[in-house]
Design a binder for this molecule. Structure first.
Ligand SMILES: Nc1nc(=O)c2c([nH]1)NC[C@@H]1CN(c3ccc(C(=O)N[C@@H](CCC(=O)O)C(=O)O)cc3)CN21
Ligand SMILES: CC(C)C(=O)C(=O)O
Ligand SMILES: [Mg+2]
Length: 263
């Protein structure tokens, strides 16, 4: 039986941490399913780790549809979330609906889009038409050129307040999950407490309802300097399967992220 949004909601309510990993192909989807990963995110990070681009901006809808279909073929149990790529939803609700439908048809159970209160109308439009939506606030990589780099967000009272308001606006609009990326752990804890929907953190401390990591960072195969919040779980193990199981266990036990992975 496939994991559902209501399963994830219940897990969050009972304090069971949600283990999420990015995934881009069928073979890894099967491996992650067998290792007990709850949610697979077909992330637009594939532009960087699969395509070798410097940012996620060049990723197309066709790329996301292709990888979502690949993941869908490999995974029967995990809940599959697909990123809406840069330029596929920012124009407005009608454009977002057209493109979200393609990802749902390709095998996603939910779409994710970046942005806060400014995206609330678009989120509500999709949710009212039957498409579950995951929000994404804090460090939003599709805005890297506006943010001035991949930097921690929500530092200082005004910036923290903005993250809280964005999170509440997305929940109000009907978002079912919310990714918090690269914000101070104390702020992520506050957001998680104020929301009724599960938060999924990456560089957002241990108090989120779940954690997500880029698969290639977990395997230590991303070229270049990994983000502070990444951890190589393959180091010291003999197999990818074991590394992923160790990640799932560390998330479930609240041992990942540790303080050295947090802001
Ligand atoms: N392999 C990979 N892992 C990711 O987590 C990831 C991607 N790719 N591609 C899309 C975005 C880009 N992300 C990134 C990339 C780099 C940093 C980074 O190096 N941050 C520094 C600076 C922090 C600061 O000074 O504010 C760090 O030390 O973590 C953070 C997020 C997260 N996502
Ligand atoms: C890092 C996660 C949250 C993501 O959006 C991606 O992999 O694209
Ligand atoms: Mg993404």
């Amino acid at each position: 039986m496939r994991v559902t949004l209501s399963n994830l909601q219940k897990m969050a309510g009972s304090g069971e941490k949600i283990a999420v990993l990015t995934c881009y192909d069928a073979s890894f989807a099967t491996l992650l399913e067998n290792a007990g990963v709850d949610v697979l995110l077909v992330g637009d990070s594939l532009g960087m780790v699969v395509q070798g681009e410097e940012t996620t901006l060049p990723v197309s809808m066709d790329d996301m549809v292709y990888h979502t279909r690949c993941v869908g073929h490999g995974a029967k149990k995990p809940f599959v979330v697909a990123d809406m790529p840069f330029g596929s939803y920012q124009q407005g609700p009608a454009q977002a609906m057209r493109n979200a439908a393609k990802l749902m048809a390709a095998g996603a159970q939910m779409v994710k889009l970046e942005g806060g209160a400014a995206m609330a109308k678009t989120v509500a439009f999709l949710v009212e038409r039957g498409i579950p939506v995951c929000g994404h606030v804090g460090l939003t990589p599709q805005s890297v050129h506006q943010l001035g780099g991949y930097k921690v967000q929500g530092k200082g009272d005004a910036a923290a307040q903005k993250v809280i308001e964005d999170a509440l606006a997305l929940q109000q609009a009907g978002a079912g999950l919310l990714v918090l990326e690269a914000i101070p752990a104390a702020l992520a804890q506050q957001v998680t407490q104020q929301l009724t929907i599960p938060t999924i953190g990456i560089g957002a401390g241990p108090d989120c309802a779940g954690q997500v990591l880029v698969l290639y960072d977990l395997l230590g195969i991303y070229p270049g300097k990994p983000p502070r919040f990444a951890k190589n779980f393959l180091a010291g193990t003999d197999s990818i399967q074991e590394a992923v199981k160790n990640y799932v266990r560390a998330v479930k036990d609240g041992l990942f992220p540790a303080s050295e992975h947090c802001f």
